[in-house]
Design a protein around this ligand. Structure first.
Ligand code: FAD
Length: 398
């Protein structure tokens, strides 16, 4: 029996986040554009709602939220966050805090999880390097063991939230090589708390996500205790994908939600704006476009929830294989980001010249959602995963 409804708790949570987004996020979008930062009042509101670190288990005072419930909150935040910046803070923090909750050692969990659950510290991910993004096996950052510590050296680039984490506090799930000759079999994950002394930060200016921060991290003889290893040494490649997949599923819902906001704007506009003596919504050329995007966004939303549901089933009940989940998540991210971008582009078009003016919702959304065709795994890598799981692994390499 398939049931598409949310539980009573999920509905209550959805409604409170929706109210928060309408009252606190919508009126502050232009502030974010001006200051290029997420207003502290929004972060404070998210803390109060308990949605920062909501994937942290209840024993650490988190909600222990599953992926579907996290997706519901992501969708509601994104409904008003046309910049995508707040959504990025939410999704990165929750997906990667989930990985910490699942795989960190007890001493590390005791140190950080309660603070993450309270929103006092934020979690990011540091995987990409100047010379290696999609191809994790070729990364150069190394962690070398000496007695009870590891010493990390290397540069991570295009990392989201760098200034937020420096200002609010927190750390990264950092992907390194611990056996550099072994490709993906030599990858390990560490929790690396942000600190100025041996983690140099530089900012990058990005195309969209107004309000977000982005940049590089250079680890310079960065010492981290053995207890900060996440999972087992040299087994990080497998684990890191559980974080990526959680994030990708959330991105599918966020993209569709931002696009739906723009489509709703366009629907209102086309009822009012007249050309050739009638509202432009009466032209079939426009109606068919609206119908296509409405259908695709509905499908994107459903695939997004199905993918996150499969993720939960695999994580919590051992149903489905990792690879079945990877494929469904890749389908959701691929379709949703592309369809959402196209919907926003047409919503912008139907606003005529106003659509092309700087900082209107459609142009902010277009630039914000564009980032999701790269972040947490590119569009092409999503296709590679889908093809691999459809054809068989022997068709991928060579
Ligand atoms: C806004 C934004 C935020 C980001 N935030 C983070 C973050 O917080 N942490 C982090 O670690 N990284 C982050 N990234 C980096 C992101 O994960 C990488 O950009 C992405 O994984 C692609 O890596 P790359 O940029 O090195 O491109 P490359 O891997 O060099 O790829 C270049 C092009 O080749 C394509 N390509 C590569 N391999 C294949 C293949 N096998 N088949 C077909 N095409 C292929 C890619 O899809 C891409 O189009 C962010 C990126 C963006 C844009």
């Amino acid at each position: 029996m398939v049931d598409f409804s949310f539980s009573e708790e999920q509905t209550i949570l959805r409604d409170s986040v929706r109210e928060f987004a309408d009252k606190e996020i919508a009126p502050r979008i232009q502030d974010m554009v001006k200051t290029k930062r997420i207003p502290p009042s929004i972060i404070a509101g998210m803390k109060k709602l308990g949605v920062l670190g909501m994937t942290v288990p209840e024993e650490y005072n988190g909600m222990g939220a599953d992926a579907v419930t996290t997706g519901i909150v992501a969708e509601e935040i994104a409904r008003q966050d046309v910049t995508a910046a707040i959504s990025v803070l939410f999704l990165v923090d929750n997906a990667w805090s989930y990985l910490l909750s699942k795989y960190a050692k007890d001493t590390l969990k005791d140190n950080v999880l309660e603070k993450i659950a309270k929103g006092e510290i934020i979690t990011g991910v540091a995987s990409t390097e100047p010379g290696a993004g999609s191809d994790l096996g070729s990364m150069k950052t190394v962690a070398v063991k000496d007695r009870n510590s590891y010493w990390i050296n290397g540069e991570k680039s295009y990392i989201s939230l760098v200034k937020d984490i420096r200002e609010i506090g927190g750390g990264y799930v950092t992907v390194t090589k611990t056996d550099p000759d072994k490709g993906t079999a030599g990858i390990s994950l560490f929790y690396t708390p942000d600190r100025e002394s041996d983690m140099e930060l530089s900012s990058l200016e990005e195309m969209g996500r107004e309000g977000s921060t982005w940049g590089s991290l250079r680890f310079i003889n960065y010492e981290v205790p053995e207890e900060n290893v996440i999972g087992e040494i040299n087994r990080g490649f497998k684990i890191v994908h559980e974080g990526f997949e959680f994030a990708r599923g959330l991105i599918a819902l966020i993209s569709a939600s931002i696009a739906q906001h723009c489509l709703d704007n366009a629907t209102s506009y086309m009822k009012e704006r007249k050309a050739f003596g009638q509202p432009i919504g009466k032209f079939q050329g426009i109606q068919f476009g609206l119908a296509d995007h409405t259908a695709k966004l509905e499908a994107a939303r459903n695939i997004g929830y199905k993918a996150l549901w499969m993720y939960d089933q695999e994580q919590r009940k051992g149903r489905f294989t990792r690879f079945e989940v990877s494929k469904e998540i890749a389908i959701a991210k691929l379709l949703s980001t592309v369809w959402s971008f196209d919907a926003i582009n047409d919503a912008l078009q139907w606003h005529g010249a106003f659509g092309y003016t700087k900082f209107n919702p459609q142009e902010l959304a277009l630039r914000g959602v564009r980032s999701f065709m790269l972040a947490e795994g590119s569009r092409e890598i999503m296709k590679t995963i889908i093809a691999r799981e459809t054809l068989g692994r022997e068709f991928i390499k060579g």
